[in-house]
Design a protein. Structure first.
Length: 368
């Protein structure tokens, strides 16, 4: 039995946390035993326990990749738990601790960030390369864009393996359940429904989506927007909704654990990220239902959504272009149906959760 200790510093359930949950659901439990170390009180704890994963809550700095004290704390956890492999998700402290303990380290890069000028030249570039390559035996990027991001900052391309995230197919809710949801939230039969499932952070582009919705409403189009998620930008998003006079057009759900109900009532899913996006799990879940997406051209989005084949792509931070793309879907339902068929086909062939889990386990085998 191979014991893998995952280390994650997130307190909310973001993309990295959902990747861990998806892996556990589809892991080879006859060979691999999964444990997860995370900050006390993390929202990931209950769903991890539901999956019978070993959960280790530690006094870690919340949502911080590195804190000097965390290195010692994690070193103690690793020595006590005696894992065969440590798999870190954004935790530099975890990588340092695993190296000090002499345990093989796998590091997954879940996000895409603009590379600063400091990392494009010496000595920043050399330091970044050293930190990433010396503190990991295996480096996983969740999309080609995430790999390109690492390479741009100095990491050798041959050290990075792309393993696309994968999800289990999301079951569509019944027509009766969808009708009840629409009635509860005031969605009329003729409304075109779009939605975003993402953390409420500035770089996720909620403001651009709201500006696009305002443009469509000013054109007299019947559009409803569902926002599902929580985060630091919630107050600003709510204020913008009021400022734009969109109170009757936006359905604000907060954090949603079961996304199937939201996805089931959408005509198209939106992603307007202009920072951190590598591979959106929400987009993959929608694709598994045959749901087309309208996405920005930032990060991993264009690798996942091919314009005109399984969705539409618009220039990031351009509400006018986003509004035009939504209008195009509203006016051409045959195209919308074709895009949905392409989305499902791509999920089945490329983004199945079993493929993702098997590829991850192959990395574990290589570093042992």
């Amino acid at each position: 039995m191979v014991k893998v200790l995952n280390i994650i510093c997130d307190t909310n359930i973001g993309g990295a946390g959902r990747v861990i949950l998806n892996y556990i659901r589809h892991s080879d439990r006859a060979v691999f035993k999964t444990a997860v170390c995370l900050p006390r009180g993390s929202l990931l704890v209950p769903p991890l326990k539901e999956l019978d994963a070993e959960v280790i809550e530690a006094p870690l700095a919340p949502d911080r990749s590195f804190a000097p004290r965390d290195v010692g704390t994690l070193l103690g956890v690793i020595r006590r738990e005696k894992p065969d492999v440590v798999h870190t998700h954004g935790s530099l402290s975890g990588r340092i601790a695993a190296r000090l303990a002499g345990v093989p380290v796998v590091y997954t890069r879940h996000s895409v960030f603009p590379v600063s000028q400091r990392l494009k030249k010496w000595p920043g570039r050399a330091i970044y390369k050293f930190l990433n390559e010396s503190l990991a035996d295996g480096i996983i990027a969740v999309s080609p864009a995430a790999k390109e991001n690492l390479v741009e900052a100095g990491v050798s391309p041959e050290r990075v393996e792309v393993i696309m995230n994968g999800v289990v197919a999301v079951a569509r809710k019944s027509p009766e359940e969808c009708a009840a949801f629409r009635e509860k939230h005031g969605i009329a039969p003729g409304d075109f429904v779009v939605g975003i499932i993402a953390r409420l952070e500035p770089c996720k582009g909620h403001a651009d989506i709201l500006q696009a919705l305002k443009i469509l409403r000013d054109q007299g189009r019947n559009v409803k927007l569902i926002i599902a998620g929580a985060g630091s930008d919630e107050a600003r998003v709510r204020e913008l909704i009021n400022t734009l006079g969109l109170e009757k057009d936006v359905i604000f759900l907060g954090f949603v654990e079961d996304v199937s109900q939201v996805l089931s009532v959408l005509d198209a899913q939106l992603n307007a990220s202009w920072g951190t996006e590598a591979t959106s799990l929400s987009l993959l879940e929608g694709m598994s239902m045959g749901l087309p997406a309208i996405v920005s051209d930032y990060g991993g989005n264009p690798h996942l959504i091919r314009d005109g084949e399984n969705g539409l792509v618009f220039p990031a931070r351009n509400p006018e272009a986003l509004a035009a793309a939504i209008a195009r879907c509203m006016d051409d339902r045959a195209m919308l149906q074709r895009l949905g068929q392409g989305a499902y086909r791509d999920w089945a062939e490329r983004y199945n959760a079993n493929i993702f889990a098997a590829n991850t386990e192959n990395v574990y085998r290589r570093v042992l």
